[in-house]
Write a protein that binds this ligand. Structure first.
Ligand code: HEM
Length: 180
């Protein structure tokens, strides 16, 4: 997984908790020797270990932490890739264009990058259907990213995210609607 995601996880833990929590997290995950930076790609297992341990330490389910972290990621991710965002886009438009505008470019930038395949369909002007497919099984992160996008576009109160399958599978479906 992309080093950027690890750097943001580190910042998330440091801001939500504190630096010593991050250090303890590395110790518990057996990763004290690893220095995460945005120029490298790290094994996915490091992410599972860190999120799993963090959830245990915080006393919350790992899915919940993945969702919260997904929400937290959005402003930074969009800042990094802002040149691919059209000014008129809102939450549903961003979702509709994530695969072509973002994930395709992430894949092209580095051969180690493997963002998930998202099949996104605009089934109605106010509804998007998303199928997430990834062996990483990070559907909860996907749900969090959608929530984070709604907040980013100031539509938090109007966007309903409805997972249609378990969030833990390799294939996760969800419906996202704009409420009137
Ligand atoms: C809108 C702007 C977005 C940007 C700039 C972006 C960028 C990225 C990047 C850089 C990664 C890391 C890839 C890697 O480590 O190989 C990633 C992974 C991921 N993205 Fe996106 N993404 C965006 C939107 C979304 C959306 C809307 C969803 C879900 C509906 C999503 C779901 C995920 C998930 C779950 C991962 C973790 C890896 C996996 O599950 O296989 N992303 N994304």
């Amino acid at each position: 997984m992309h080093g950027t995601i690890f750097s943001l996880l580190k910042r998330y833990v440091q801001t939500q908790y504190d630096h010593s929590t991050w250090v303890r997290l590395l110790e518990h995950s057996g990763l004290t020797e690893v220095e995460f930076d945005h120029r490298h790609v790290y094994p996915d297992e490091h992410m599972y270990a860190l999120v799993g341990q963090a959830a245990q330490m915080a006393g919350v389910p790992a899915d919940e932490l993945h969702e919260k972290f997904g929400e937290y990621l959005v402003p930074d991710l969009l800042y990094m890739y802002q040149k691919y965002i059209q000014p008129e886009w809102r939450t549903l438009d961003m979702l509709e264009h994530t695969e072509t505008a973002m994930h395709t470019r992430v894949r092209a930038a580095h051969e180690g990058n493997r963002p998930p395949v998202l099949d996104v369909r605009r089934v109605a002007p106010d509804e998007v259907f998303i199928e997430y497919v990834s062996p990483r099984r990070m559907g909860a992160l996907a749900v969090g990213i959608v929530r984070g996008l709604a907040r980013y576009f100031d539509e938090e109160d109007r966007i309903a995210v409805e997972p249609l399958t378990s969030e833990n599978g390799e294939r996760v479906q969800m419906r996202v609607r704009l409420l009137h």
